[in-house]
Design a protein around this ligand. Sequence first.
Ligand code: UGA
Length: 431
Amino acid sequence: MELTIVGSGYVGTTVAACLADAGHRVQALDIDASIVARINAGESPIVEPGLEELIATHAGDRLVATSDYANLPTGNLTMLSIQTPTHDDGRIDVGPLAGAIESVGARLAEVLGPDDRHLVVIKSTVVPPALETLRTALAEGFGDASGTVELATNPEFQREGHAVEDFRFPQKIVLGVESSWAETLLRELYQPVIDAADPVVIVTDPPTAAMIKYANNAFLAAKISLINDIGNACKAFGVDAYEVADAIGTDDRIGARFLRSGVGFGGSCFPKDVKALQGAARDAGYDPMMLEAALAVNEHQPRRLVELLAERIELADARVAVLGLAFKPGTDDIRNSRAIPVIERLREAGATVVGYDPVATTNMRSRFPDIEYTDTASEALDGADGAVVVTDWDEFAALDDAFDAMADPVVVDGRRVIERRDGIEYVGLTW
Ligand code: UGA
């Protein structure tokens, strides 16, 4: 098949490269000329395992990039993966996505004949009520689109750091369509993945598909907050939350994954999507109580981490090592990383913060330019009066001798990653 994917961010680039690898001819369209140049040069504009190899293999052949809407359409499918920035109140801004859809519509109006049919697929995460705004934007570009241009939603469930693998081996593919023609087209698009991984294919209407994405992320985020809530209670009772989680995880109604309690969830998806869903539901007249609680627990966890340290050392003028700055291991992404509130609170308490992360230091430096950063965990721990662990990087498991160089070896672990516990004052967040 031939198609264009508008937007070459994390999701758009991965999907474009993976669909090219699956055998389709993919045009990636982005208004950022530097991203287009990188893709056409066979380089990845983002850090994602396996992606650079795919782009290098297919660039200039089954994968081409452009900035020009005049190169639309290719085939009869255009997919949009444009960011939806968050307003201060948590609601999403569909303005950039609506602008792109309008541009797509205007270009399609120039080239499509009365007998042509084109599918515009929204890959971006949008709340169901926003679909009307997008439909209006499409009509502003195209005019009356009925019968010629159809909208569909097709949310994405890839994790950062595993995006290529998750694309190839998804558990489910969700198609939000309005006709059997659109369903057939999207099934054809995903046929190589369906053949290889045998995912469940869910076919529904566009708003339901959009809601499935939010429900999925909200459920996982709430699951983490629930185990954190239970974990805090466990700690108060002197019980190990991880032993409890292992036991309840054997109940397949609960499931073993996403039961790691600790300093909470970060990233560009869970915090953003839970807030967006909360805002959209409030606008529609319902105030979701579980979502409020999920967010509140997530803000509590980094505060609790710092409190546990403050119960043991005087934070004013203390030198505190923050181990891990990325929102999770395997990425340099610091968006909503729990390290941010941890660093803020440590600084409010008068501590001198020394940050270490194997890959996320550069990104955190732009958020906190005036804290100290080190190239190794050992350097961060050297002379420190205390340490907190925020990201579960494997290398933190075996720091062993590095703790010996601390002035006061108090270590509060927010991710249950430290293995050596003798010779230091080891404090688990929920265990
Ligand atoms: C998440 C979802 O897992 C993907 O399915 C979804 O496609 C994506 O959002 C998205 O909407 O684009 P991602 O944000 O990349 O993916 O990261 P996760 O691996 O899900 O981790 C999110 C956060 O939860 C991390 O900060 C992690 O440390 C935390 N977490 C995860 C826990 O605190 N405990 C757990 O047991 C699991």
